[in-house]
Design a protein around this ligand. Sequence first.
Ligand SMILES: [Zn+2]
Length: 109
Amino acid sequence: MDEILGQVLRSAVWERLDMLTELANRADAPSLLSVARSELPRLTEGWRAMLSAHEPDEKGNCPVCSSRWRQQKAPCPVWRAAYEHLVAGGLAPQQPPRHALRRATAGAR
Ligand SMILES: [Zn+2]
């Protein structure tokens, strides 16, 4: 992918995220419900697709984040970000206790 196309793609994604944030902050309840019904499945599918690519291999390394010279042990930064944003950051009813968080991010997979 050339540099311009990459830039266009990244801008489009940032704009989409900005639009969703704007909607979450300002839309009335019926519009928000409609957006949530259409956009939440797209967002969860996006996370699933991204996380599937970052599933650890049989040696416990992320195949995407690892290079020939440096192996990235699971959980890789993508999985850590997912945990941070989806579990620790607000969707979960409460923060897990500190020891549970450490165990989850230490990654014995
Ligand atoms: Zn990864």
